[in-house]
Ligand binder design. Structure first.
Ligand code: 8YV
Length: 324
């Protein structure tokens, strides 16, 4: 049972989740992710890890008795899953419980970007409404827009469902065409960008999507283009994005994720046609608590000999869903 087990928490974890975990298991915390000061005996005692962020092959290999990695977050591109699976270690993530929150935030970010709502608020707060008159009419609007979604998974579908009553058209690019939706499918991101004026990224990070949004895709999105990213910063060539926003290749961008978080480029911050959020799409107490519960439930199940609640697909395929 979990109560007999030592769980390593490398890096930072949601404080409530960490507090709850400490009531259920022996927890070794290393908030900076560095475990080099752990004695050999301590490292050997670790049988599970609860983590938000990065789990490298080196970290796993420093833990000879590691059995399971429970990741806090749906996107697990920071976890070397290939290595974990090769060692027989399942990885779990936190799908579903954050879908609605992330989709809600995405719509907010889209509206903020299309209608320049954060710039409008800055205008009011700077006292300019009374002094200079009305905030300038926005050149962009959602009216008449055609939206393309890259990544029509759980979150992409929830975004599409929210977009429907807004009266915009919806199309998508995905690893494969879905049989359960009637939205037009494009086999490449470039073809989707040709067909739409608004591109929303809801895809996972990792090698398969690295810099998929490049200068060519942004050019094809066009000069009225709005680009929204709530997936991963790695999916975009940030140099190309900044250039496209600077020279009018596209109109505006709304970003919740960045290439080098928590650092955000100065040239991006300097742009008035970008809305920038500090990776908050799932960041409500409500949703983070549910994500934390799922992390703990996966650990509980593993050490109780039950089937994991949410093993990642790679672990499922390898049959790593239950303690042998
Ligand atoms: C978290 C996320 O902030 O679930 C994800 O993939 O990006 C966010 O919910 C992230 O997991 C923190 O590492």
């Amino acid at each position: 049972a979990l109560s007999d087990v030592t769980i390593l928490v490398p890096g930072r974890l949601n404080p409530d989740t960490l507090a709850e975990l400490k009531t259920l298991a022996r927890v070794v915390e290393r908030p900076n992710g560095d475990i080099s000061d752990l004695s050999e005996a301590e490292r050997a005692s670790v049988r599970g890890a609860a983590v938000m962020g990065v789990v490298s092959a080196a970290l796993m290999d420093a833990l000879p008795n590691l059995e399971v990695v429970a990741h806090f977050g749906v996107g697990y591109d920071g976890v070397d899953v290939k290595h974990a699976v090769s060692r027989g270690i399942p990885v779990t993530n936190t799908p579903d419980v954050l879908t609605d929150e992330v989709a809600d935030t995405t719509l907010g970010l889209l509206l903020m970007t299309a209608r320049r709502l954060s710039a409008a608020e800055r205008y009011l707060r700077a006292g300019r409404w009374a002094k200079d008159g009305h905030f300038p009419l926005t050149e962009t609007t959602l009216r008449g827009r055609s939206v393309g979604i890259m990544g029509l998974g759980r979150i992409g579908l929830a975004i599409a469902a929210r977009l429907e009553p807004f009266g915009v058209s919806i199309a998508y690019f995905n690893r494969s065409e879905r049989s359960d939706v009637s939205y037009p499918y494009f086999a490449t991101l470039g073809e989707l960008a040709d067909a739409v004026d608004t591109l929303i990224i809801a895809a996972p990070g990792g090698a398969g999507t690295e810099k998929a949004v490049n200068a060519d895709v942004l050019k094809r999105l066009g000069s009225d283009g709005i680009f929204i990213n709530i997936g991963r910063g790695s999916i975009v060539d940030e140099d190309a994005l900044v250039a496209a926003l600077q020279d009018g290749t596209i109109k505006a961008a709304g970003l919740d994720v960045f290439a080098d978080e928590p650092r955000v480029r100065e040239d991006l911050i300097a742009l008035d046609n970008a809305v920038l959020l500090p990776h908050v799409a799932s960041a409500s107490r409500h949703t983070r608590a549910q994500m934390g519960s799922l992390v703990i439930e996966n650990l509980r199940r593993w050490f109780a000999g039950e089937t994991l609640a949410t093993p990642v697909p790679e672990a499922q395929k390898a049959g790593l869903v239950k303690r042998p």
